[in-house]
Structure formats: C-alpha cells, structure tokens
Design a protein around this ligand. Structure first.
Ligand code: SF4
Length: 240
C-alpha cells in the first residue's frame, strides 16, 4: 500500500525502537516463556500443508540465499511475492477484484512487500514431500527461519503462537534455550529487514478505483508484481 515520506519516517522510527528493545531481550527470558507454554513437534507436517489455516512461509533474505545456494531450485523457482490474504484471494478469484485496488499502481502492477515460499497446486509447501511418500521436508536442514521457529514468533517484544498440535507439551531446558535463540534471532532479522524495506521503498502512483488495465493483464493470465524488499525493488511476472 502506498505511503508518504512522513509516514515512512514514522514507520522507520517505530521499527528502530522495537529493534532496540528486541536486542535487549535475554535468551533465558524467552526460553522461560517457551517452557511455560510448552512445545514438542509431533512431526505431523500439518503446518506445511495446504489445509492448514495459513501455511504461507515468509522468507528472510538469508533464507533465500541459503536455499538457492544449497537446494536444487533457484530463488525464482521456490519464491513468490508475498501478498496479503485479500490480494491472494482476489487473484485466485475467491473474492472481489476491488480488493486489489490498494496494492495496484497506475501501470497495473501489484505491489508486494517481501517473498514467501511457493506452494503446489494443492496448497502444500513446494518442499513438502508428497503425502503418499513420507510428508517430510525436503530441505529440512535449510528450511526458512519461520519453519525452524514454528509455531512461535515475536511481535512488539512479546512471544506469540500459531496453531499447532505440539503446543502444551513438555520442552526440555536445553531445547527451550536452543529454540529461544532461533526465535530471537529471527525476530531481530525480521526487524532489520523491515527497516531496510522502508528505507528502500519507492513510492508508486496508486491506480485509484480504475483497475481496468490490471484486469486486462489478469485476463491474459499474468500478474506483474513489483516487490519491495530489504535490497530494493524487483519486478516479477507470474502466471496466474
Ligand atoms: S520448508 Fe519444509 S518445514 Fe517449511 S513449510 Fe516447507 S516443507 Fe514445511
């Protein structure tokens, strides 16, 4: 969504304050919260599947670099522009195309902020082995920070959880420390990247309420994205 210079400065200030507070957090404190909640991965693979409530995996730049360096897929093959739910639903034809308006520029490009893992036609993560085989993660050792820390994430220096059957189970002291380090590291990197995204952000002319031009492009089966990430602005064309 387009925003003014002043608003951008406010966002940067807010993110910098949060980053400062995040770097003050102690691993032991986060680990104690993890033990209080409790967690043990049941290896069910549910969070990777399309029938999970939200299996989108946002990618940090270091995730993209690691996976593209060591997996068999290139970044273009495994990543997709990250868009909010309403944009994804509109592009899939599940909701009104007017939901695209706030994210569409006068040239018909959809603006996105960051990247996520691609999913297969059935909605499963592109790296999830087929269910009739083992349902295992094919890039387990390279998996994104979000997957390494699921179902935990931090926002406003507080620990949050996503839907997961493993919550509430005992976690050992050693495992809680290990996981807390990963959760904190992810949180700090997310904030650092957020600040860079704001700094690199290039304002775009909003399409207004006239999205006919975009609709013409969609009818031809293509979506043109402009992705704002921590390294700058990128163009990506995707088949619908
Ligand atoms: S990368 Fe691996 S752990 Fe993460 S969602 Fe995909 S299959 Fe699951």
């Amino acid at each position: 969504m387009p925003f003014s210079e002043q608003y951008r400065d406010l966002l940067i200030q807010g993110a910098r304050k949060e980053l400062y507070r995040a770097t003050e957090l102690k691993v032991g404190y986060v680990a104690s919260m993890l033990r209080e909640i409790g967690f043990s991965c049941t290896q069910c693979g549910s969070c990777c599947r399309g029938d999970h409530s939200d299996n989108r995996v946002m990618l940090l730049q270091q995730d993209i670099l690691r996976i593209s360096k060591y997996s068999v897929l290139s970044a273009t093959e495994f990543s997709l522009p990250f868009v909010p739910d309403e944009v994804e639903n509109a592009l899939k034809g599940n909701s009104d195309l007017s939901d695209l308006v706030p994210f569409t520029d006068s040239d018909g490009n959809i603006h996105s902020f960051g990247w996520m893992l691609r999913r297969k036609k059935n909605g499963d993560c592109i790296f999830l082995e087929a269910a009739d085989l083992s349902s295992r993660c094919l890039i387990y050792d390279l998996r994104p920070a979000l997957c390494q820390t699921y179902p935990f994430y931090m926002e406003d220096c507080k620990l949050h959880t996503s839907e997961c059957k493993g919550l509430g189970s005992d976690i050992s002291y050693a495992d809680s420390l290990k996981l807390a380090r990963l959760v904190l590291d992810r949180y700090i990197r997310e904030l650092e990247e957020r600040i860079l995204v704001y700094q690199h952000y290039e304002h775009f002319e909003h399409v207004g309420t006239n999205i006919d031009y975009s609709l013409e492009r969609f009818k031809k089966g293509h979506v043109f994205y402009i992705v704002h990430d921590s390294e700058g602005t990128h163009r990506r064309r995707e088949r619908m």
